[in-house]
Design a protein around this ligand. Sequence first.
Ligand code: HEC
Length: 412
Amino acid sequence: MFKPNRSFDRIATLIALAAAPGIATAQTNDAAVELPDGEAKAFIQGTCMACHRIDYIPNARGYSAEGWRNLIGTMIALPDQTADMVVDYLATNFPKKPGTDPVIVAGPADVTISEWLAPTLGSRPHDPAPGSNGSIWWAGQFANRIGWVDTATGERREYPLEIPNSGPHGLVEDGTGNVWFTGNYQNYMGKLDPRTGGVDDYPLPDGVHHPHTPIVDDEGTVWFTAMSGHVGRIDPDTEEMIVKAAPTDGSFPYGIETNSKGEPWYVDFWGNRLGSVDPKTGEITEHELPHADTRPRRIAIAPDDAVWYTDYPRGYLARFDPDTGETQEWLSPSGETSQPYGIATIGDVIWYVETFPRPNALVRFDSKTETFQSWPIPSGGGVVRNMMATPEGTLVLALSGVNRVALVEIDD
Ligand code: HEC
């Protein structure tokens, strides 16, 4: 069923992201990065760069020897002696940088955070999704596979994808137990049947590329954002795909969520705007946000249909009122450089993650009292790019930089 069309690789994605205005990622060229001399330098240049660029090392927040050992253990299995050499080199040359701890705020709620390592090392679990019977799905973007863990027993499974280098990015389980995912690098939507491991592929039309985040609405319709400036949907009965362009050129529809009326809303990561989608026609209406340098990254909708988003480059949590068009915002506890990213709502409580600090901080915001509380993520989190609430009132998180997924149980 798969027809190759415009295919972009991971590098193209990174270049596209580096070009995003207002995004403070120091993107340098490998040629410009010179690692300090030392015993492990040649090994790192030769072996560590199979999955990513060398500038990940100087750009990291830095770690203690123990921190580096834990981190590289999630990416690559090394013989003890080699690991000692690499850890010693990294801890000496790249110790923890000042100002990279989260600001942790005390408060009334308790959480229990449980984590599971993905079987394939360095797989970059990009997004998580709640699965049936308390399980968690994840998209192993660098490993071209979909992962699954039963949180009761710890049993884990991985489903390799047939299309090479699909770059699975976001995913969602539908009402029939199938898992829809975005084949980000190969421009298709996939539907995995976990009972057989088989995948149906739905190629995107010409000119539409880099499918990003999928959701399923109450009718079973699959909606997805695409980095080419589009929102698409797949009809559950006919499996027909319809894709519409956002009114503004050069937009980047990112996180997406439906409200109580079945209306999808998304955030535009390349502009200070939100988009809402007519569920019948798929037509998009844009809504401008007040700060020119706002770049909303992920979205969550509360029971009153207020739209909450993380303003990644400015470090704010914000609420958009769809009736009045007004925005309110609150500076995140770790401040303007905190890089708030994955977000979800449980009733009136907003949950999100600050992804600049190491460890990342899980943040709770009570929208009634307008107060914050936060917790460090035990493994550090890497970068929590997405989180989702479950019907049971728990949260599932993908800890992309430390190759794990997490379940958060909450005692309010
Ligand atoms: C199998 C793939 C793979 C290999 C091999 C690999 N890494 Fe990684 N590395 C990853 C992934 C995935 C991430 C997370 C990337 C992200 O979140 O964008 C990562 C992130 C990093 C980071 C950033 C961490 C942070 O907290 O900011 C550093 C530094 C790093 N790797 C160093 C290394 C070193 C040193 C080696 C060799 C010992 C290595 N990597 C080998 C997959 C790999």
